[in-house]
Ligand binder design. Structure first.
Ligand SMILES: [Zn+2]
Length: 305
């Protein structure tokens, strides 16, 4: 069984041997971005590179970025403590292309890394992928669909979602594009709602998103028009790992998938404390204690486990 550190290393090694520069995690407090309180994604430190405002001596990068999601657009705060798969503080693994490779390679890399016996060797029968179905005048991502099929993904395992799930944008204007997600079936035991036999994409916790591939393809102007980017880019964020390493690390998503076990936040007894720092922190932030939370909470003054 791989440890969290080994999984992180393997991910970075894969992309390094594909010509990516390994870039260190940036500060949790963004250096040059007043729009963000905390770093919340691997792409933050590359924002100006994606926008063409900054040049670096590489066009492919990979990182394991420490992230906090406690506010802003993409936070899951209201779910933390209530599900066994949402965290506020985690590491996000990612690979990035700045006008270098695009969908074809991004999809091929992701699929090889996840399923190849030489890498993570995850069973294909446990995986589902999604593509953008086309909505609000924006075309369906037929290219991504064909590329997943070309990788050997069974058509019955490719699902098409709308703007909310499968279209990414940095803001009201600027870079945006469709995305493709890879989901893993944790099995009925992972269902928060006791579902014995539900199908993808049931939201009960059984099907967990482990990787999101963002295809930065357009530049949205002030009138809302989508103009093709001259050099489309790739931004991916994969499986998250809580960086509490003092004791046994709390693994989330990716590590759980590697272990073939449901997430650990709901494990009773001592093991529950592996999730405690995040839950305690949530309580400190929220004025109302979620007393009916299904996860029992330790006292707030309890020392960091
Ligand atoms: Zn379900």
């Amino acid at each position: 069984m791989l440890t969290g550190s080994q999984i992180r290393r393997k991910f970075l090694d894969y992309f390094v041997q594909k010509g990516h520069k390994e870039v260190h995690s940036s500060s949790l407090v963004p250096q040059n971005d007043p729009t963000l309180l905390f770093t919340n994604a691997g792409m933050n430190q590359f924002k100006d590179v994606f926008l063409g405002l900054e040049k670096r001596d590489y066009t492919r990068a990979t990182s394991s970025q420490k992230c906090v999601r406690a506010g802003g657009k993409h936070n899951d705060l209201e779910n933390v403590g209530f599900t066994n798969r949402h965290h506020t503080f985690f590491e996000m693994l990612g690979n990035f292309s700045f006008g270098d490779y695009f969908k074809k390679d991004a999809i091929a890399y992701a699929w090889e890394l996840i399923t190849s016996k030489d890498w993570f060797g995850i069973d294909k029968d446990k995986l589902y992928v999604t593509i953008f179905k086309g909505e609000a005048g924006i075309d369906r991502d037929a290219e991504a669909y064909d590329l997943w099929v070309a990788q050997g993904v069974d058509k019955s395992r490719i699902y098409e979602m709308g703007l909310k799930d499968n279209f990414w944008q940095m803001g009201d204007t600027g870079p945006c594009g469709p995305c493709s997600e890879i989901h893993y079936d944790m099995g009925p035991a992972a269902s928060d709602q006791g579902h014995a036999d539900c199908a993808f994409a049931c939201d009960c916790g059984r099907y967990v998103e482990i990787w999101n591939l963002v295809f930065m393809q357009f530049d949205r102007d002030a009138s809302g028009k989508l103009n093709p980017l001259p050099k489309p880019s790739i931004d991916t964020g994969r499986g998250r790992l809580s960086p509490h390493k003092q004791k046994r690390t709390l693994y989330q998503r990716r590590a759980e998938v590697m272990w073939g076990q449901p997430p650990r936040l709901s494990v009773p007894g001592k093991a529950r404390h592996k999730g405690a720092p995040l839950l305690v922190w949530r309580r400190a932030l929220l004025p109302v204690r979620p007393s009916k939370a299904r996860l029992a909470l330790p006292p707030t003054n309890q020392p960091h486990p």
